[in-house]
Design a binder for this molecule. Structure first.
Ligand code: TRP
Length: 478
């Protein structure tokens, strides 16, 4: 039987959970990653696929993950173990938890390096480095910075220490409060930036770019990236939300909280897009310029607007905070697992997990240099071929580990856990809401995710060839 409450603590209320989970969801994924992958994948059609994935796959899987966490009340590894046994299945389900812990390590290792960019830009913004810079000047600032491993190392280390400090202090100590104050502030700054961008010449082009889909330009690689990003941005597929769910009071409605979190997360991503793309188009920058996109565009706006030094500093400060509240959730599953299974103190566990992540992060630090010593060449099912450890990690985690984790979570919640158990936890009654959740979780979400992954490996090609005449007929092609 799972314990009634988690040994690691609990949230003070349902709202504390919503804030913490939103803090986990809203992070670099929304403000840094969403705009640059949208730019790399051609805009509108990519955005639509991403939104469909959030609604159809993300929301039901988030409900499942919270539900499993609240029922198991332990680290993802032991939660999966206990719940599998409770439902009369094989304890090997715990490997789902272990894969999650691994994914968390890998994501945090590079996440911390990028959060370090935000910290560096905080100091750059506040010392007025952006004032009246040209696009070329901003470009030089950025490339000089990422070409300098010592600098990157310093910020990566600082950010990991910051993450350590919060996680070591436990569930309530500081985290709840931080999120409560910071998330609204971030929203306000983002709105200021959107307001600024609305008055630039590129606003119309940006809206068109983001919201007019051109499906003919959409590759399978882009579909996979959009789906992977839905997992990434909602913090799904690796047990982060599961652990947060394990601290959730019994009386909270899982469905309602999930909707609030998903809505807030999507809104922040779309606002970030509306702040950044107008600047891309007004300054004739390259939408597909990759991970540097926000660091190449936003400083231009800050360099020109009144009080730009202040707004710029505030923006990067809040971005770093958003990354901070996410990083915590990437480390938490590993820490709870170490505490439970190795019987060590939280501080020690955090130290071990944090040091390990920091070490792996060094590989990312060296992957952005012009003559990076760490080079990989790969071409993976239409996902942009690129070099560098960072790209390998990003694709491995967001496009492979999280979706596979997500399928397994859905399969567990839909097929392994008894109907009574999930109905009890979700408290939606027996009506259509519950039935819809169950159908999506059992069939639709696993099927969609599997199709995208299988096609990426070219495994569905024979089927497409088989159906090609019918598809041609339907789409009226000769
Ligand atoms: N969702 C966060 C972001 O968008 C990143 C993140 C935090 C995450 N916890 C996670 C991603 C767990 C995957 C899994 O920045």
């Amino acid at each position: 039987m799972p314990p009634k409450t988690s040994v690691h603590g609990s949230w003070s209320s349902r709202w504390a959970f919503i804030l913490a989970a939103t803090g986990s969801a809203v992070g670099l994924g929304n403000i840094w990653k969403f705009p640059y992958i949208t730019g790399e994948n051609g805009g509108g059609a990519f955005v639509i696929v991403y939104l469909i994935c959030v609604a159809l796959i993300g929301i039901p899987i988030m409900m499942s993950e919270i539900m499993l966490g609240r029922r198991g009340r332990q680290s993802p590894v032991n939660t999966m173990h206990t719940l599998a046994i409770e439902s009369g299945h094989h304890p090997a389900w715990k490997y789902l938890g272990i894969m999650g812990v691994m994914a968390g390590f890998l994501i945090l290792s590079y996440y911390s390096v990028i959060a370090g960019w935000a910290l560096e830009y905080l100091t750059k913004a506040s010392s007025g480095d952006f004032t009246r810079q040209t696009p070329d000047g901003i470009k030089t600032l950025f490339s000089n910075f990422i070409d300098d491993p010592k600098h990157l190392m310093l910020w990566h280390t600082i950010f990991m220490v910051m993450t350590f400090l919060v996680v070591a202090r436990g569930v309530r100590g500081g985290l709840e409060l931080a999120v409560k104050l910071l998330m609204p502030a971030l929203l306000v700054i983002l709105l200021v930036l959107v307001g600024y961008s609305m008055n630039t010449t590129g606003f119309g082009a940006a809206v068109e770019y983001l919201f007019t889909p051109d499906f003919s330009a959409l590759s399978w690689g882009a579909v996979l990236t959009a789906m992977g990003h839905a997992f990434f941005t909602l913090s799904l597929g690796m047990g982060a939300i599961m652990v947060y769910g394990s601290y959730l009071p019994r009386d909270a409605s899982i469905a309602k909280t999930t909707f609030i979190i998903a809505f807030a997360d999507t809104a922040v991503a779309l606002l970030a897009g509306l702040a950044i793309f107008p600047l891309v188009f007004s300054n004739s920058l390259e939408a597909g310029s990759g991970p540097g996109l926000i660091f190449l565009t936003l400083p231009l706006a800050f360099g020109q607007m009144p009080y730009g030094t202040l707004f710029g500093a505030l923006f990067f400060l809040l971005l770093a905070f958003a990354a901070w509240t996410s990083a915590i959730s990437l480390l938490e599953p590993a820490v709870t697992w170490l505490v439970e299974n190795r019987n060590i103190k939280r501080v020690t566990a955090t130290m071990i997990a944090g040091t390990f992540t920091w070490l792996v992060g060094i590989l990312t630090v060296f992957s952005f240099q012009k003559d990076s010593p760490i080079i990989f060449s790969f071409n993976f099912g239409g996902v942009k071929k690129e070099n560098g450890f960072f790209d390998v990690l990003d694709i491995l985690t967001a496009n492979i580990m999280l979706p596979i984790g997500g399928i397994l979570i859905a399969v567990f919640a839909g097929w392994i856990m008894s109907r009574e158990a999930s109905r009890d936890e979700l408290e939606m009654g027996e009506g259509n809401a519950y039935k819809t959740w169950r159908v999506i979780t059992r069939y639709i979400a696993p099927a969609l995710v599997s199709i995208v992954i299988l096609q990426l490996f070219g495994l569905l090609d024979p089927i497409f060839t088989l159906f090609a005449p019918i598809i041609d007929l339907l789409s009226n092609r000769p």
